[in-house]
Design a protein. Structure first.
Length: 130
């Protein structure tokens, strides 16, 4: 563990721009919320309309998975996983072809030298991905 940290520190001294080339990929579940607030309810009704009930922000049963690739400057590529799609090694390998095009468009300075950092989820560490 310490050897890895020392190697990383050594590389940062030799290449100060090293981290600017790292793009991180991660996935997250996004829950849908009812965005209407109490003030918004009042704005949509006339004075003669019955008094509205208090609105609450409630979680929906609808959720989507988003896979996002970002670097120190912000989001480079994001993609919603189609409903019912399992994120397995086949899906992830196909997905990895698309951020390269986004990097070339959004971060042309690192288009040929960027590196991907991702966690060790099973679909990320499959032999076909590495």
């Amino acid at each position: 563990m310490w050897d890895v940290c020392l190697d990383l520190l050594d590389r940062l001294q030799r290449e100060p721009e090293f981290f600017s080339r790292v793009i991180t990929g991660d996935e997250s579940w996004i829950l849908e919320y009812d965005p209407e607030t109490k003030r918004q309810i009042w704005e949509w009704h006339t004075a003669n309309f019955p008094r509205p009930k208090k609105a609450r922000m409630s979680k929906s049963k609808m959720k989507s998975m988003v896979i996002c690739f970002f670097d120190s400057q912000g989001i480079v590529h994001k993609e919603f996983v189609p409903p019912g799609q399992t994120v397995n090694q086949t899906f992830y390998r196909e997905l990895l072809e698309r951020p390269g095009k986004s990097v070339a468009r959004v971060r042309p300075g690192i288009a040929r030298t960027w590196m991907l950092h991702h966690d060790n989820a099973p679909c990320h560490t499959a032999v076909s991905i590495n």
